[in-house]
Design a protein around this ligand. Structure first.
Ligand code: KE4
Length: 427
């Protein structure tokens, strides 16, 4: 069933650390051999052994319209004929910036980069440069990429591998990162009171996706917004996951909350390496070459990445009904999973918002990292493999959101629900 992947994994480990180019792909937390993918189309992945899977990772978010989406593929093919990179400004970058600014609220200026990590690390450097303050507040279990400042009580792979302190992150850097539990507004207020005029930014995943999908409690973001206004703290929405997924205007639109800076990634590149950060002119004008907060990148605004992202975002902007369709599919899946899980007799929780969803084998609500970590994640491992063996590819970690793509059909969702029903007998 997985012979070719097993061989490829053996071979990969001889030349790539852990055989993968990103740790979460290694199946370390669920066990077994990571599957090497050969191709994908629409909602389906095909591994090196020719097995087909219904895909709930969507490349960790980007493939919101399904894999090998025709308009994006064609746009890339065509653009590549005119060179793959100039290292000089192009009209397409202006069109991309104008398109994004037309879709999202509160962004006057936006800078393209090549990953979500770059976007988030640049945003906190800008907040520090703009405020002249050093410290940031992040939330336990939130993941903003692998920049040193963020690898303190981080989510995603850091939580998956239970890495308490990441070697190589100096105490100096870590000391400038203060953490609180997600949804605990009082804890944030306490930290802010203890560090008056020291905090440059609060950075948050508006809807958390790196400890499973975890929703903001009513009033949480409103409270953070008010605190930032009172204390002169820059409020950063890390929308690498939620941007262009929850709504054309992302979580700012979906939740009705204004951030001072917003970071993007994933969907914005249509599957190509793209990140971005943007916000009000008053702050963004401190970014070089306008200001002195330095940030740069050889392939930032790369024509192939830009045309992929521009094509994807144009499709989403011109067809806003996609968001309703995606949400309806996700709610259908949620309700179907509830139907089979509630008669199972064991504890579980399903968190869902828009097209983000996760199943936690927990006897308590999952509202922050501690409650996500104390779920029965051993059971998740068994569920993951039981589903994989039935042709359903879930994120290989309990600390990840599932991502639906709009190529999923009702039949795919029914198969996923049925596969869950069958899996429950032996997990
Ligand atoms: P990248 O540098 O991986 O493009 O983006 C970092 C990032 C920033 N902010 C949020 C909210 C994110 O979810 C991410 C990256 N997400 C993970 C999946 N949980 C990427 C997958 C991986 O690490 O391979």
């Amino acid at each position: 069933m997985y012979e070719k992947s097993k061989q490829l994994f053996e071979r990969a480990q001889k030349s790539i650390p852990g055989g993968v180019n990103s740790p979460v792909r290694a199946f370390k937390s669920v066990g077994g051999t990571p599957l090497f993918m050969q191709k994908a189309k629409g909602a389906y992945l095909y591994d090196a052994d020719g097995n087909q899977y219904i895909d709930y990772i969507a490349s960790w978010g980007p493939m919101i319209l399904g894999h090998a989406y025709e308009p994006v593929v064609k746009a890339i093919q065509e653009k590549a004929l005119g060179s793959t990179s100039f290292g000089a400004p192009t009209e397409l970058e202006i069109e991309m910036a104008e398109l994004i600014i037309s879709m999202v609220p509160n962004v006057d200026l936006i800078r393209m980069v090549s990953s979500g990590t770059e976007a988030c690390m640049s945003a906190i450097r800008l907040a520090r440069g703009y405020t002249g303050r050093n410290k940031i507040i992040k939330f336990e279990g939130h993941y903003h990429g692998h920049a040193d400042s963020f690898l303190v009580k981080a989510g995603s792979g850091v939580a998956t591998f239970n890495i308490q302190t990441v070697p190589g992150v100096t105490a100096g850097v870590a000391n400038d990162t203060l953490t609180a539990a997600y949804n605990d507004l009082e804890a944030v207020k306490k930290i802010a009171a203890e560090h008056k005029r020291e905090i440059a930014a609060i950075i948050v995943e508006p809807v958390a996706g790196n400890m499973g999908c975890i929703l903001p409690q009513p009033g949480f973001h409103e409270g953070l917004r008010k605190l930032c206004d009172e204390e002169g703290i820059i409020f950063i929405f890390d929308e690498v996951m939620t941007g262009f997924r929850l709504a054309p205007g992302g979580a700012q639109e979906h939740l009705g909350i204004k951030a001072d800076l917003v970071t993007y990634g994933k969907v914005i590149g249509g599957g190509m390496p793209v990140g971005a950060f943007g916000g009000k002119k008053e702050i963004m004008q401190h970014i070089a070459p306008l200001g002195n907060v330095y940030q740069a990148g050889t392939l930032s605004g790369n024509p192939i990445a830009m045309i992929a992202g521009y094509t994807m975002l144009t499709e989403l902007k011109n067809n806003p009904s996609i968001y309703k369709e995606l949400e309806e599919k996700t709610i259908y899946l949620r309700d179907g999973l509830n139907e089979v899980l509630k008669v199972w007799g064991q504890s579980y929780v399903i968190n869902q918002l828009g097209s983000m969803i996760s199943v936690h084998f927990s006897d308590h609500p999952v509202i922050d990292f501690a409650s996500a970590a104390s779920a029965n994640n051993e059971r998740f491992k068994k569920y993951f493999h039981a589903m994989l063996n039935r042709g359903v590819y879930l994120p290989p970690s309990a600390f990840e959101s599932w991502f639906l793509n709009n190529a999923l059909t009702k039949e795919d969702l029914d198969k996923t629900i049925q596969a869950t029903k069958e899996s429950l007998t032996n997990i």
